[in-house]
Design a binder for this molecule. Structure first.
Ligand SMILES: Cc1ncc(COP(=O)(O)O)c(C=O)c1O
Length: 375
């Protein structure tokens, strides 16, 4: 049977794979794969959601006026420097579409947020992936890969999936080295979890660099992943053009009201972030004590560079009803969840290591016995 022709890229582009057992009424798997907040929404946010629910016979405010105003006040910037989207991933898509002239290239580190290559391919933008230096951005190598075709550079800070973060001075020097004809997008989805004193938001660099945009989300620290709201801050002329490229009415009424309510409850939400950061330290310390090598994470997840064992460890965790994100042949990312879920993960990781030690000892004994028999 013949099918209507669709773009060839749709044959090759990777599908986004949700974790099994996490969604639906029979969900019982511990959700440590999507870097969500483990906390359910505060009562004030639930109230805002309920109130907004009674108005959904009407279209949402297409300009997200109340939310844009609240964000402008919170950051101390003009409203015309902010564009709100249905998750920061939607704004990333808008960015890729907005630079997708024929031959356009986007430079970003790898491994980094797994959606970047997909969005680039869908927009017809060539990806230039620059390997991390260890687990961190190699800004020198990234600068070297910027050419006259580069229209977008993405810096994921802290980087998903490794959790490493770039210090302010290093980032400032990098932004200064990028030609003003090329957009720099700093994806700060995990900014609220940063504790390294040398790391600050790139928002402070925007005034001096009209080619710089910063992406933020309500999905992580603000606990609204299910409602899909993010925003971008940049130069007013860039923002004006990006707004034209966004779908009208993309951010629904419930999401807009909940995000405004979340901004009003920021202090309480950021205290929850503190507890996640404390859990991050506890889980990492426990793993390191048991011999795991884990880079210092400034986000709400940890990175286990397991190489060819990554898929096996992912399956091991899944077999124990724990969803983690495995990147085959590279590593495994595990989100920091509730203390109980984190303990489940620690137990699974410990069992895995002792099972491997037992298997390795067994293999050693077999080798010795074979050598003896051959002698
Ligand atoms: C680095 C990074 N950027 C953006 C996003 C997308 O966030 P949102 O839920 O706002 O689309 C994620 C989600 O995991 C992420 O890890």
């Amino acid at each position: 049977m013949s099918h209507p022709p669709l773009r060839a890229v749709l044959e090759t582009v990777a599908s986004y794979k949700p974790s099994e057992g996490v969604h639906g009424p029979t969900a019982r798997t511990r959700p440590l794969s999507a870097n969500e907040s483990p906390h359910t929404p505060l009562p004030g946010i639930v109230e805002a959601i309920e109130e907004a629910g009674s108005t959904v016979n009407r279209y949402p405010d297409p300009g997200c006026g109340a939310l844009t105003g609240a964000l402008a006040r919170s950051h101390g910037i003009a409203e015309d420097r902010i564009v709100v989207g249905a998750g920061s991933v939607a704004l990333l898509q808008t960015l890729f579409q907005s630079i997708a002239d024929p031959g356009a290239e986007a430079v970003y580190a790898w491994p980094s947020f797994e959606v970047y290559p997909t969005l680039a391919a869908l927009a017809g933008v060539e990806s230039v992936q620059v390997p991390l230096d260890g687990e961190a951005h190699d800004l020198r190598a990234m600068t070297a890969r910027i050419s006259s075709r580069t229209r977008l550079v993405i810096i994921c800070n802290p980087n998903n999936p490794t959790g490493t973060a770039i210090g302010h001075e290093e980032l400032r020097e990098f932004v200064e080295a990028v030609p003003p004809t090329c957009l720099v997008a700093v994806d700060e989805a995990y900014h609220e979890y940063v504790r390294g004193p040398e790391v600050t938001s790139a928002l402070g660099l925007c005034a001096a660099h009209p080619n710089l945009v910063v992406l933020r989300t309500f999905s992580k620290a603000y606990g609204l992943a299910g409602l899909r709201t993010g925003y971008l801050v940049g130069d007013a002329r860039v923002v004006e053009r990006l707004r034209k490229a966004c779908l009208p009415y993309a951010v629904n009424t419930v999401a807009q009201r909940a995000a405004v309510a979340a901004l009003g409850l920021e202090e309480q939400l950021l205290r929850r972030v503190d507890s996640t950061v404390a859990e991050r330290t506890r889980v990492r310390d426990a793993l390191v004590r048991r011999g795991w090598e884990i880079p210092d994470s400034q986000a709400n997840f940890l990175w286990l560079r397991l190489g060819r064992n990554a898929a096996g460890f992912g399956a091991w965790c899944a077999g124990r009803d724990i969803a983690v994100r495995a990147f085959p042949d590279v590593g495994v990312r595990v989100s920091i969840g509730s203390a109980e879920d984190n303990d489940r993960f620690l137990a699974a990781a410990e069992e895995w290591r002792s099972a491997r030690r037992t298997a390795a000892a067994g293999a050693g004994r077999t080798r010795q016995a074979r050598k003896k028999a051959e002698a």
